[in-house]
Design a protein around this ligand. Structure first.
Ligand code: NDP
Length: 469
């Protein structure tokens, strides 16, 4: 397996490797080099040289290259989706959606290369002011295992569109799809040294990226605890950070909502990717007048979900790794043992190979019992009696990433959307994130934004030039 994409194609200087497992079987499917600080330093050297050339490529040529990358990804969508399912666990259909979404991300960034303009003004007495937006240099992209393809796309697409070089560090439990995507970017025309991947563990390769003085920006997606340690480790270098640290999204179903649509939306979103999505509908708040009907209909829908290997015709695959499954099981056990909710269906691991956990519905859950996000296939239903109470519960965690409100009343929709403290609010939908939408959170969900137009401020810096009159 190739280590860097800087044209040298050499393996890790450490010489050791890390196995990659199929979460549905527990079998080893490949190995990747265990990159270390020397590997990161070598990648930085290659990236610094290539970035100076990439910066000089015209916006139109950058755009052509990113469009070509999108086309290459589309042309091997089935193979990439199979690879993603095999290392990550999600059903093939979801993997293919993610791969096609990743192609869309590069196409979106291709459309933005000509828009990176600054500002200008005549300042009487002082001169002509020009503010140009300059690339930052070398950018680190620390990618988690839950949606590795599209999250890599958000980070690499934005950095490259702005004229930066990229050093990506995928998670050790799902590095293969990212490696292949990076190869396709190089094949499309991104200079090899401008697109690097260093595989390895977070605490070694990831930490070296965060501490590198040659890397001027790190975009990190992962847990709050690791996000905090990344911010501390990066502080001496004064690099820019974009931190996306997960969420505990409220999904608010009002009494006037279309209950069938809300149930279908909640089940679709909560069990998508086996519940391992930062903006998954993690707390389902339902008006007490319709909570019983909601739970009954949700139970019917959940019991129909087919669980198994993502390469077969299933609705839900395994969790990505055994530690994740154990954490989910422990969270459910704690809620039940503390009498903070009751299991309506699921609530157990599947015996045998693979990291499977049954899709689980919990009713009458007390809000405090789910103040920490459950990153897995568990749907806690929390009844509420007034909209003010629903908003209070929704805002009652340290997170602030996403939320949705399900209602037919426009005033309710606007009022709740305005009062929820989060980076994004959906009305009558959840978890729709095309790259045109700026994405990121507040509070413990982190800071900075990916996508939309906001990426320009994350991946460039303004330079003011004053010409004397
Ligand atoms: P982490 O936050 O530990 O890992 C996320 C990424 O950061 C991975 O690429 C990891 O590499 C890397 N990393 C780990 N430690 C460091 C470090 N010290 N410096 C730099 N990079 C590092 O998440 P976990 O995989 O441990 O998952 C735990 C929990 O995090 C989940 O239960 C979920 O709550 C949350 N999470 C949230 C995600 C989101 O989308 N916001 C995505 C994934 C997890 P490696 O995996 O190789 O160690």
């Amino acid at each position: 397996m190739q280590m860097f994409l800087d044209g040298t194609g050499h393996d890790s200087l450490s010489g050791s490797s890390i196995p990659v497992y199929n979460p549905a079987t527990g079998e080893v499917i490949d190995t990747v080099p265990a990159g270390n600080a020397d590997d990161v330093a070598a990648a930085v050297t290659a990236a610094e040289i290539a970035q100076k050339k990439w910066e000089q490529v015209s916006p139109a040529d950058k755009s052509r290259i990113l469009i070509a990358a999108g086309a290459l990804i589309r042309s091997e969508a089935d193979a990439l989706a199979t690879l993603l399912t095999t290392e990550q666990g999600k059903p093939f259909r979801e993997a293919k959606d993610e791969i096609l979404g990743t192609a869309h991300v590069f196409e979106f960034y291709a459309s933005m290369t000509g828009t990176l303009q600054g500002d200008a003004a005549v300042l009487p007495k002082y001169g002509y002011m020009n503010v140009v937006r300059k690339p930052l240099g070398v950018c680190g992209a620390i990618v988690p295992w839950n949606m590795p393809a599209i999250i890599f796309g958000w980070k690499a697409g934005a950095a490259l569109a702005c004229g930066n070089a990229v050093i990506a560090k995928p998670s050790e439990t799902a590095p293969l799809t990212v490696l292949r995507l990076a190869e396709l970017l190089v094949k499309a025309g991104v200079p090899g040294g401008a697109m690097n991947v260093v595989t390895g563990s977070g605490t070694v390769a990831g930490d070296a990226i965060v501490r590198s003085t040659g890397i001027r920006h790190v975009s990190f997606t992962g847990s709050v605890a690791t996000g905090r340690s990344v911010a501390l480790a990066a502080a001496p270098t004064l690099k820019k950070l974009t931190l996306e640290l997960g969420g505990n999204d409220a999904f608010i179903v009002t009494a006037d909502a279309d209950i069938d649509a809300a149930v279908a939306g909640a089940v679709r979103n909560r069990f998508y990717n086996c519940g391992q999505v930062c903006t998954s509908a993690k707390r389902i708040l339902v008006d007490a007048v319709c909570a019983d009907e909601f739970v009954r209909k949700a139970k019917d829908a959940i019991e129909k979900l087919v669980v198994g290997s993502g390469l077969e015709k299933v609705n839900m695959g395994p969790l990505n790794n055994p530690g994740q499954r154990d954490a989910v099981a422990a969270a459910v056990d704690r809620i039940v043992s503390e009498d903070c909710g009751k299991i309506i269906c699921g609530g157990k691991k599947k015996e045998g190979a693979g990291n499977f956990y049954a899709p689980t519905l919990l009713a009458d859950v007390s809000p405090d019992a789910v103040s920490e996000e459950i990153f897995g296939p568990v749907m806690p239903v929390i009844p509420f009696t007034t909209l003010d109470e629903a908003v209070e519960i929704a805002n009652g965690t340290p997170y602030g990433l996403g939320a949705s409100v399900w209602t037919k009343n426009l005033k309710t929709a606007y009022t709740v959307a305005d009062q929820i403290r989060s980076g994004v609010v959906w009305v009558n939908r959840h978890l729709i994130l095309p790259p045109e939408i700026p994405f990121g959170g507040t509070g413990n969900s982190g800071y900075g934004r990916e996508n939309g137009r906001e990426f320009i401020y994350e991946y460039t810096e303004p330079k003011s030039i004053l010409l004397g009159l």
